[in-house]
Write a protein that binds this ligand. Structure first.
Ligand code: ZN
Length: 241
């Protein structure tokens, strides 16, 4: 835990103004490096966190804030409604926010109408908090097919997979999570972690420090692709340049 919660005044202003409709807040406070990083020219890595927010999100945000780095969060819609302050903090800090469905199903088993519901409804739930629709989609369990791509594309979202999985859902052991990420990471990596287990936040500070010591720039998923291919709705991405 580090420092005080950031601009309480800003948050208060949002709360006062929001009423029925969410009001966009200014994003980008924790932007990593200025001018923007060119991930074709330097080593980049994008840490991503799925399934939140939960009570384990805030300690991760504290660490990211302390290290002045952004991440990408793929939110479950009802969790976003329950942990609104954490979603607003992610947005305000300059983290990227993606859609991770309403009920976290294995979408490839579902008919198109249900797939559309899962993606579209979660997008609206997230937007009701931030005032902006998410621009990224990650399918639960990484399970996608043509229907999932089409439904994400229809919502204007690319499908974001990963190149490194921390297996934090399995190990529940901070040193083991850390070692696995640091062993597998390569320039352009998208690393999947989860902000739903107590054992993940304690691993994050060491991971960030070790990556920075190796010369990595930590970026959001959109930043990872900003100077190369960009991200196109309905396309699937596993790693950056
Ligand atoms: Zn998930």
């Amino acid at each position: 835990m580090s420092g005080l919660p950031r601009p309480l005044a800003a948050l208060a202003a949002v709360t006062l103004l929001s009423g029925a409709a969410a009001v966009p807040v200014t994003a980008g406070e924790r932007t990593p490096q200025a001018p923007p990083v060119d991930c074709r020219a330097v080593k980049c890595v994008a840490l991503t966190f799925d399934d939140g927010p939960t009570r384990y999100t805030a300690p991760i945000l504290d660490t990211l804030q302390h290290r002045h780095v952004p991440a990408t969060f793929f939110l479950i819609g009802p969790h976003a409604l329950r942990y609104r302050a954490d979603v607003l903090r992610e947005y305000r800090d300059g983290d990227a926010i993606g859609d991770h469905t309403v009920t976290h199903p294995r979408l490839i088993r579902l008919p198109l109408a249900r797939v559309k519901y899962e993606i579209g409804t979660a997008a609206r739930q997230i937007a009701s908090v931030t005032g902006r629709r998410p621009t990224l989609f990650r399918p639960p369990f990484g399970a996608w097919n043509a229907r999932v791509r089409a439904a994400a594309g229809a919502e204007g979202m690319p499908v974001i997979m990963w190149s490194v999985t921390a297996r934090d859902w399995k190990y529940r052991d901070p040193p083991r999570i850390e070692h696995r990420v640091l062993r597998l990471v390569r320039p352009g990596a998208i690393v999947v972690l989860h902000d739903r287990y107590a054992t993940t936040p304690p691993a994050i500070s060491s991971i960030v420090r070790a990556l920075q010591a190796r010369g990595y720039h930590l970026v959001t998923v959109p930043q990872l692709f900003a100077t190369s291919t960009g991200l196109r709705p309905g396309m699937v991405y596993h790693h950056g340049p």
